[in-house]
Design a protein around this ligand. Structure first.
Ligand code: NAP
Length: 346
């Protein structure tokens, strides 16, 4: 394209505000709109919402029709909970969507909703793509590492982190934290909340030439041994302070892909396995390959450690914008696109 891509930023929470900041810094992107879910953000300049030094003149709005009328090329979609109605409205109005919100293949959607998305892509000539850190970057690295193997037996990806400073209480509660471990339906709530990992497992299996027969989910909860006050939520003693779970994909009795997490919150939890403070990516086969992705602060970094994690989550989505705009209409995944890179800034 001989002009900057016109981009909408959808919400400015932990991840969205990092995406917004990055869009403003990209010469090949022009911020044209910002969607605000919270009333307090409506009318606020984008600069203020993401700590950009000069006003942008783009004010956040909750008027979806006004955003659709902007003729944007793409939307970086980072709401807490995704909405099929919003996604269809964007896609059919000609706006390509890059999402961090529970989307990799769309496989966890109902067949009806998936069909609506496909139709919206067709009508708008647009694509939808989902990524993030995990799922997202971890799967891309796992797939790339499998390229070193003559034979792949299993890919296993584990996010092994203390997420006490990830301030998203609703997400954390749905993942079991602060709930009594014997709460009826807790394992199913965690499975549902993390089901996008199953999508990423299926995507990797597909890329490696196998179709999964079935997915299973297993989870183990660890009770906190003392009270922790994290500011945005508390983890009382006896409630869940550690969660270890895997979505596993099977071909017959062979577990060929596993995507999961060992998460802890608060000071009083001993996880079932020692934390690796990163993303552990293992390819079992010939040869075995293993790497751990650590997200580390540059020398001049003055913000918190979790802020880097939010950038790490936002950028695989925001950096994908040019690739997704160029992709043929429909659902596109990391296995379909060329490697998505960042940009050198001189
Ligand atoms: N793939 C990955 O690696 C990865 C990692 C972490 C998170 N995620 C996903 O990325 C998305 C954003 O995460 P986050 O940590 O940035 O979330 P967040 O800060 O908790 O929320 C994001 C924004 O969603 C809006 N919001 C609040 N309540 C909402 C509701 N009930 N329904 C719809 N929107 C609501 C708010 O928008 P305003 O700011 O406009 O008020 C909020 O700032 C989530 O879907 C999360 O699951 C992906």
């Amino acid at each position: 394209m001989d002009r900057p891509l016109r981009v909408i930023q959808w919400t400015t929470g932990n991840i969205g505000r990092r995406s917004l900041h990055a869009i403003l810094g990209r010469p090949d992107m022009e911020l044209v709109g910002v969607f605000a879910h919270g009333a307090a953000k409506v009318g606020v300049d984008a600069a203020e919402l993401c700590g950009w030094p000069e006003p942008t003149g783009v004010l956040a709005t909750d008027d979806i029709n006004a955003l659709l009328a902007l003729g944007a090329d793409a939307c970086c979609y980072n709401p807490l909970w995704p909405s099929i109605d919003e996604l269809c409205a964007l896609l059919e109005s000609g706006v390509n969507v890059c999402s961090s919100a529970a989307w990799i293949t769309g496989g966890k959607q109902s067949p009806e909703d998936l069909e609506r998305i496909r139709k919206a892509c067709e009508r708008g000539g647009t694509s939808i793509f989902g990524s993030g850190a995990h799922p997202g970057m971890t799967n891309m690295v796992g797939m790339a590492l499998s390229g070193s193997c003559e034979r792949v037996d299993e890919i296993r990806i584990t996010e092994s982190v203390d997420c006490s400073t990830y301030e998203s209480a609703e997400t954390q509660t749905a993942m079991g934290f602060s709930q009594p471990p014997d709460t009826p339906g807790l394992a199913e709530s965690v499975r549902r909340e993390s089901e996008v990992f199953a999508e990423s497992a299926a995507m990797m299996a597909d890329a490696m030439g196998v179709t999964l027969d079935r997915m299973t989910f297993d989870v183990e909860f660890t009770a906190a041994t003392g009270d922790s006050d994290l500011g945005f939520m508390t983890i009382p003693a006896g409630t869940v302070g550690g969660v270890m779970g895997y979505h596993r994909g099977w071909v017959g009795d062979r577990n060929v892909v596993s995507v999961g997490f060992t998460w802890t919150m608060g000071e009083h939890t001993v996880p079932p396995k020692p934390l690796q403070h990163g993303h552990v990516i293992q390819v079992f086969g010939v040869p075995n390959m293993r790497t751990v992705l650590h997200c580390l602060p540059p020398k001049d970094w003055t913000e918190g450690f979790m802020d880097l994690g939010m950038i790490y989550t936002a950028m695989p989505v925001t950096n994908a914008v040019p690739y997704v705009v160029a992709a043929p209409p429909g659902i596109v995944t990391l296995a379909d696109l060329p490697p998505i890179t960042g940009r050198v800034q001189l």
